[in-house]
Design a protein around this ligand. Sequence first.
Ligand code: ATP
Length: 278
Amino acid sequence: MPTRYTAYHQRGHKERAHPTAIIPLARLRERGRGEGKRMTQPSPLLEIENLKVSYGGIQAIKGISLTIAAGELVTLIGSNGAGKTTTLKALAGLLHPASGKLHYQDKSLLHVPAHQRVANGISLVPEGRGIFARLTVEENLLMGAYVRSDKAETAADLERQYALFPRLAERRTQLAGTLSGGEQQMVAMARALMSHPTLLMLDEPSMGLAPLMVEKIFETIRDISAQGVTILLVEQNAKLALEAAQRGYVLESGAITLSGAASELLGSDAVQRAYLGA
Ligand code: ATP
């Protein structure tokens, strides 16, 4: 059963039997942490606890907690305005949380600037891709290696990206602004991979793409994951995201309302109703 957080939990009601097991929030959090550790490894790569992020007086993230173990592919799903992008921006260092714990490799990230987080292995592929339209494909990829100085290794990495994205190899001298949406998504992902991320965060990689291209992008996400890169995938396409991920979290109005194994979330009534149109 996915872990379910409701106002009922907040009031501390007692546990009921499956299938509508409702367990007090604090106990679920404890249990969730324990399960995460058993499923993967003792110390998570990323640990967020009670994170709050505000825009002026508006609290967009209202105290979320989540963990990601090294090598996991975890998805964060939720509808428009739920706070998915805000969460990723806080992780990338582009927004400063109002409070909460943000640990990466057992150290706090709170005072680590964005560029240092990239150097530490945290890389964000932003919503809308953020490519440099007037630079070529190759120049865009090289921008991703700016934190590194090893030229031979950078050249080898370029070739690795071209092997992962053959379509970019054919277009290495083309201006990125003239690429299709899917190809631009590939550039954004390849550029992020050029920084050798340990944790790759993808914000809505399927947005605006034709179905065949979405399939291709998700195939590549699986390949990247199979290479051992830890991935936090934000998606509105809940079905695809949960099919690709090992675990998932559901974010609603700035709060985590459900979490668990991706296959369980995929089968849960709440997710089916809210995100899969059942
Ligand atoms: P979407 O899927 O539509 O991108 P999201 O889940 O990524 O949505 P966010 O972009 O994180 O949601 O937004 C969360 C909330 O914060 C929303 O209510 C949004 O209006 C608000 N918000 C986001 N950016 C800003 C901003 N720069 N200033 C004020 N409020 C903002």
